[in-house]
Design a binder for this molecule. Structure first.
Ligand code: ZN
Ligand code: ZN
Length: 543
């Protein structure tokens, strides 16, 4: 370990200890960033945000969770820190996306806050898409202040920046020219007035600018005057971003790697904020994207077609702390594959494993970072004793075998899963079972996770060997204890003794119980059912 990093580690450790935190410590990326910021900044302000032009993809949670984890790490360091979330509700609708009805053609180039929402239940188009996402952030425990950018414009908050942008237009053009390598048009507009007649953004007549107004000639034929103190227009993105930094005094900002590319908007913003707005750029945390996987294959995303998994979907199909863990366990510079057909049980199992390692303390250096991610995903508030765990995959089976949650809990109790469970544990297990059900009900889960126990013996043709196996199995089961391990052993013994072997044994059992050739792990699956029912079914099929 480098000296500086070692020093950071011991410094953070001491601080944690001072604050009564006694768990194991390692240096997670959020801690490293927080420590760095804390040394530079008295009252850090972290900014995150989104342009709500359509359904908000689970990947946008990465930005929110990154911001929140740094916020909470700074708070742990004793800093007075704020996290803000800026909704870019004043952005124009760039085109009619494929998911929008045809009549939305007429809203192109109008601000998202002025367009009606598609369902009719929200204040605007922007609210329609951002509200469910804010709900997801709240459930995940992101502690932020939400601002709608159109309101900031209408309150005149961008007037000063707009005035500077007009007065220093040539300088801004020079900077953009140099950094983007693109030739700026001589009539480049540092501000786009909003036409009072048709409600669309248009270009100003540059030499008519005199604080606080500028004239414009809109394509609709209207000639008007826009007041920059009343939100009658907006800055283009390249200027708006650094203007926001100045407005809020942003000290930290996570953003997608597209903005971080050479010549990208962070590069230009860094110079523009100093030269045009007399401010300072924030500490950048560029992050890689989240890509969707389905059945092991990467899915190509098309923004215009809408999102496969929104932020709210994501936190409905995994408990919030697991979603947080999924993002926290990897460095922001690494991309994340979000495998919605198979990944949910896998990520929950990994989370559970880190939880066990956290309490046993027996983890390797390689695992340390993930254990720390587990701790942060619990907001560093760990119960004194390891919570009782029920694997997600097991709940996926139980919710399909029962009528309701009472049925799920009845089986869990009977099979010994809930021994020693606290009220909090029970609530967490219920939440997890609900997410497993959502994953199945919404059709995300691969078909291999789905089954239903046939109430009567399915019409299956069995060979003489298969029937002989079932007869042998039913008598062995009569005397076997009814728990997952013993049942698994009994099936394996009977399978080995039969010409159909273990594979044939499993297949036969799945066919007579769920009319499929494959299914959930048999030991646990059968132990969850009534012994008499299982033996009755096996005996009936053996005849
Ligand atoms: Zn709506
Ligand atoms: Zn117009």
């Amino acid at each position: 370990m480098e000296d500086a990093a070692f020093w950071l580690l011991s410094g953070a450790t001491q601080l944690y200890r001072l604050r009564g935190y006694t768990g194991p410590i390692s240096m997670h990326w959020a801690d490293v960033i927080a420590k760095d910021i804390a040394s530079k900044c008295e009252k850090p302000l972290i900014a995150t945000g989104i342009s709500p032009s359509g359904e908000i993809h689970v990947g946008s949670l990465r930005e929110a969770i990154t911001g929140e984890s740094v916020r909470s790490a700074l708070e742990n360091l004793g800093k007075e820190v704020r996290l803000i979330y800026l909704v870019d509700s004043f952005d124009p609708l760039r085109k009619r996306y494929e998911f929008l009805p045809e009549e939305y053609e007429k809203y192109v180039n109008k601000p998202l806050c002025d367009i009606p929402c598609v369902c009719g239940k929200h204040k605007s188009y922007a609210h329609h898409y951002v509200e469910p996402f804010i709900e997801a952030m709240t459930q995940i425990g992101v502690k932020c202040e939400v601002y709608y950018v159109h309101e900031l414009y209408r309150q005149g908050k961008f007037a000063d920046a707009t005035d500077k942008a007009f007065k220093r237009r040539e300088k801004a053009m020079e900077i953009l020219n140099k950094i983007t390598g693109r030739e700026m048009k001589p009539d480049w507009a540092p501000f786009n007035p909003l036409c009072e007649k048709c409600g669309r953004f248009t270009d100003p007549i540059l030499d008519t600018y005199e604080y606080p107004t500028v004239e414009y000639q809109c394509k609709c034929g209207h000639h008007g005057k826009a007041d920059i103190t009343k939100g009658e227009g907006k800055l283009p993105w390249r200027l708006e971003w650094p203007a926001k930094w100045k407005l809020f005094g942003t000290s930290v900002e996570p953003f997608g790697k597209d903005h971080a590319a050479a010549g990208g908007s962070y590069d230009s913003g860094e110079v523009l904020v100093k030269e045009i707005f007399d401010g300072e750029p924030p500490y950048p945390i560029p992050y890689e994207f989240v890509q969707f996987k389905s059945k092991g294959q990467v899915q190509q995303m098309h923004k215009s077609k809408g999102s496969v998994v929104t932020g709210l979907n994501a936190i409905n199909m995994n408990p919030p702390e697991v979603v947080k863990y999924m993002f926290l366990r990897v460095n922001p510079q690494k991309s994340i594959d979000y495998d919605y057909t198979d990944g949910m049980p896998i990520i929950c199992d990994e989370y559970d494993r880190m939880e066990r390692l956290n309490y046993s303390g027996e983890y390797t250096e390689v695992e340390e970072n993930s254990v720390r991610a587990y701790q942060i995903s619990k907001n560093n508030k760990l119960p004194p004793k390891q919570p009782v765990q029920v694997p997600y995959g097991h709940l996926v089976n139980l919710v399909q075998m029962t009528e309701d949650m009472d049925g799920v809990f009845e089986i869990l109790r009977r099979t010994g899963y809930l021994e020693g469970a606290t009220e909090e544990d029970l609530a967490a297990i219920r939440k997890r079972a609900e997410t497993a059900k959502y994953w199945l009900d919404m059709g995300y889960a691969d078909s291999k996770y789905r089954f239903s126990v046939s109430k009567t013996l399915p019409a299956v043709e069995l060979t003489a060997d298969e029937k002989a196996f079932l007869r042998d199995l039913s008598s062995k089961m009569e005397s076997s204890p009814w728990d997952a391990e013993a049942i698994g052993q009994t099936i394996s013994d009977a399978g080995k003794a039969s010409p159909i072997g273990n594979k044939g044994a499993f297949r036969t059992l799945y066919r007579i119980l769920i009319s499929q050739d494959r299914g959930p792990r048999l030991g646990n699956f059968l132990a969850s059912m009534d012994k008499a029912f299982v033996i009755g079914r096996i005996s009936e099929a053996a005849q």
